[in-house]
Design a protein around this ligand. Structure first.
Ligand code: CA
Length: 222
């Protein structure tokens, strides 16, 4: 689950578009039409990021951002209809993390959401992968199961990192060979099977890596 995004936008077409694209990327958008509603809803959800329009009925986006900042460090991306330097500076002054000018492409906005989350939560989004009771630290190159450290070889670690980095996605043996072993092992798909077998045994969680017959493997939540 990519997390809850609070969208504060009074324009129907833009709000609906943002909701669609955020859902498509696995986020759970909570969409409100005013700043007052935003301040009410923020503490009610596990919000990871706020997308905040400046031009709102009632309290404007700057004031909303100021009030959010008084109570929370949640990342904020501000939206404005104009690409004006003064708005950009004002937005950053009230504590916004980034700024997107309308009209924008929804893809661009989602990319900004991801970038801001990466910056704001480097531990969660970039370094530590968690699947069930298995936790993998990329920078520490460490794997723990139920908090207990597990010794893996370099290839086993890389393979697990790759599978856990794409939860629910089927990866073919060829793709895994290419990405984990490089191009130096053409046709040696059996190598992948052997390493998956070792990973299952060492982790003690055989269900974590599922075999998809005739295709490859995928990491699944228990
Ligand atoms: Ca507006």
């Amino acid at each position: 689950m990519a997390g809850t995004i609070l969208v504060v936008e009074d324009e129907q077409s833009i709000g609906a578009l943002l909701r669609t694209y955020l859902e498509r990327d696995g986020y759970q958008p909570v969409w409100v039409r005013s700043g007052e509603e935003a301040l009410t809803e923020l503490p009610r959800h596990p919000v990871r990021l706020v997308v905040l329009d400046i031009g709102l009925p009632g309290m404007d986006g700057f004031e909303v951002c100021r009030r959010i900042r008084a109570a929370s460090t949640v990342p904020v991306i501000m939206l404005t209809a104009r690409d004006e330097e003064v708005d950009r500076v004002a937005g950053l002054e009230v504590g916004a993390d980034d700024y997107v000018s309308k009209p924008f492409s929804p893809r661009e906005l989602v990319a900004r959401v991801k970038a801001v989350l990466r910056r704001a939560e480097p531990d969660r989004s970039a370094d530590v992968l968690v699947l069930g009771s298995v936790e993998l630290s990329r920078q520490g190159r460490e794997v723990r199961v139920d908090g207990e450290s597990v010794e893996l070889t370099t290839r086993e670690f890389d393979l697990l990192e790759h599978l856990m980095g794409h939860p629910g996605v089927v990866l073919s043996r060829e793709v895994l060979l290419d990405r984990v072993w490089g191009m130096s092992y053409p046709g040696e798909t059996r190598t992948v099977d052997v390493h998956v077998g070792q990973l299952r045994r060492k982790l003690g969680r055989p269900d974590l890596i599922r075999t998809v017959r005739g295709v490859g493997y995928k990491a699944v939540r228990p």
